[in-house]
Design a binder for this molecule. Structure first.
Ligand SMILES: C[S@@+](CC[C@H](N)C(=O)[O-])C[C@H]1O[C@@H](n2cnc3c(N)ncnc32)[C@H](O)[C@@H]1O
Length: 286
């Protein structure tokens, strides 16, 4: 109940200050919003991926899940039984998040994608489908989830360029970064604790380039995650952030003259904003 009320309060605060494409003056951000948030085109991949989710939702399978995300980095994991349908419905990226990931990948045309927290593959499938030529490496703590991840990616013919490494990020991140060398798109979606999130971000930084986009899920999950997000925004390498509540996007390009932070929603969420064009980036606001 506390979590629900916390997130509701955060959503109201976010929504009341969010702008839409009609308030964006930066040409780069304008193009990005049109490509990722405003593009309404439907792709066969969306139907296919949601069919895989539906299949999992209808499954009676229960997985033995090892959870590395419940404590500080390197803590002893806990084990639990998790129905596959719950992993598909609650733990995986939702359809809207998935479509944003797909369109981001389609817009960015990355060569190398890294996902921290592969789960059962829903987010990976959207990313891989959006950038069919990219090499995708997903890290997933639980071998049982990694097994389903592999089956799902194969089902959609997305396995050739994709691999999942099972085990805790503390053991899999460094070898994955060594293998990829540089990363064009990194999706942080596991181990939602402040110090762990910041530590993985710092470890990835030497491998991120000016064009790289880092995506964070669940920044409003808890006060800890919000604190991590605020630290990431302040990081000297970060030059632009776009917080869309469901996902938050971080850019590192040196072409942005001063650090800018935006809170943006699709224009359909605030249709009256079409008549206002006075938006300004949120610089140094919480
Ligand atoms: C929210 S789910 C990922 C959902 C997936 N990214 C998607 O878009 O569908 C987070 C996953 O991260 C994994 N995870 C959390 N902490 C981890 C850690 N420290 N090491 C490895 N995996 C971890 C969990 O096992 C879980 O499957």
């Amino acid at each position: 109940m506390y979590n629900f009320l916390y997130r509701l309060r955060q959503f109201i605060a976010f929504y009341s200050t969010a702008d839409t494409v009609y308030q964006v003056h930066s040409p780069f951000v304008f193009k990005w919003v049109n490509a990722v948030l405003e593009d309404r085109r439907w792709y066969y991949a969306f139907t296919d991926i949601e069919a895989v989710r539906q299949k999992m939702l209808g499954s009676a399978a229960v997985l033995d899940v090892v959870d590395y995300g419940g404590g500080p980095e390197g803590h002893a994991p806990s084990s639990r039984k998790a129905p596959l349908r719950r992993l598909a419905r609650v733990v995986s990226s939702g359809p809207r998040q998935g479509r944003w990931l797909f369109r981001l990948a389609q817009w960015l045309k990355p060569d190398r994608i890294l996902e921290l927290g592969g789960g059962v593959g829903i987010g990976t499938m959207y990313l891989a489908a959006g950038a069919p030529r990219a090499s995708v490496v997903a890290l997933e703590g639980s071998e049982a989830c990694a097994h389903v991840w592999r089956a799902n990616l194969s089902l959609l013919g997305l396995a050739a360029n994709s691999a999942v490494r099972a085990g805790p990020f503390s053991q899999t991140l460094a070898p994955a970064l060594a293998q990829l060398r540089s990363v064009d798109l990194v999706f942080f979606d596991g181990h939602h604790r402040q110090e762990a999130t910041l530590s993985y971000f710092e470890k990835c930084l030497p491998h991120l380039r000016g064009q790289t986009v880092a995506v964070f899920d669940d920044i409003y999950w808890s006060p800890q995650m919000l604190a991590a997000w605020q630290q990431i925004r302040r990081h000297p390498r970060v030059t632009l952030t776009i917080d869309c509540y469901d996902l938050a996007f971080v850019f590192f390009g040196s072409e942005f003259k001063s650090k800018q932070h935006f809170r943006l929603v699709p224009s359909a969420w605030k249709p009256w904003k079409r008549w206002y064009s006075s938006g300004t980036p949120l610089i140094n606001t919480p």
